[in-house]
Design a binder for this molecule. Structure first.
Ligand code: CA2
Length: 145
C-alpha cells in the first residue's frame, strides 16, 4: 500500500501561530507522527506540502498509478478551488479530505468545501488524529477490494 498525504497553503506555519485553533505542533511533527503510523500499518507513506495550487494539482495527477490513496488538507483552497476539485475528480485514486479544525464551527466562508463532493469522505475537527483516521479509512477501503 502506497499512500500520499498532501497539505496545502499555510500548513507549513502550523505550531507557529494560532495554537488555540491548530494546536502547538508543527508540520514536521505531523509528518513524523504519520510516518510512524504508516510504519505500524506496514504501508509506504509520502508527505508533501505546498503553498501553490498548481503544485498540488500536479501531485494529484501524478498520483495516478503510483498511490493507492490520498489524504488531502487543501487548506483555504478547500473553500474556492474548482481547479483542485477538478483534479481530484480527474483521478481514480480515492481521496480523503481532512481539516484540523472544525470548519463548520468557524467563519461562514469556511463552512463550504468545494472539494468534499468529489472525495471519498471528509474528517474535520479532530486535529492531527483526523489524518490517521483518514489513512485508516483508505487502508480498510483497499483491503475490501
Ligand atoms: O482546519 C484546517 O485544517 C484548515 O484546512 C486549515 C487552513 C484553513 O484555511 C481552512 O479553512 C481549515 C489554514 C492552514 C493553516 O493556517 C495557519 C494559520 C496560522 C497559523 C498556522 C497555520
Amino acid at each position: 500500500m502506497r499512500l500520499l498525504v498532501l497539505n496545502g497553503p499555510n500548513l507549513n506555519r502550523l505550531g507557529l501561530r494560532e495554537p488555540t485553533v491548530y494546536g502547538s505542533q508543527t508540520l514536521q511533527d505531523l509528518e513524523a507522527q504519520l510516518q510512524e503510523f504508516a510504519d505500524k500499518h506496514s504501508c509506504e507513506l509520502t508527505c508533501f506540502q505546498s503553498n501553490h495550487e498548481g503544485e498540488l494539482i500536479d501531485k494529484l495527477h501524478d498520483a495516478e498509478g503510483h498511490y493507492d490513496g490520498i489524504v488531502i488538507n487543501p487548506g483555504a483552497f478547500t473553500h474556492y478551488s474548482y481547479a483542485i476539485r477538478d483534479a481530484i475528480a480527474s483521478i481514480s485514486v480515492p481521496v480523503m479530505e481532512v481539516h484540523i479544525s472544525n470548519i463548520h464551527k468557524r467563519e461562514e466562508f469556511r463552512h463550504t468545501s468545494v472539494t468534499a463532493p468529489v472525495t471519498a469522505g471528509q474528517i474535520v475537527g479532530l486535529g492531527f488524529y483526523g489524518y490517521e483516521l483518514a489513512l485508516l479509512a483508505l487502508l480498510n477501503q483497499n483491503k475490501g477490494e
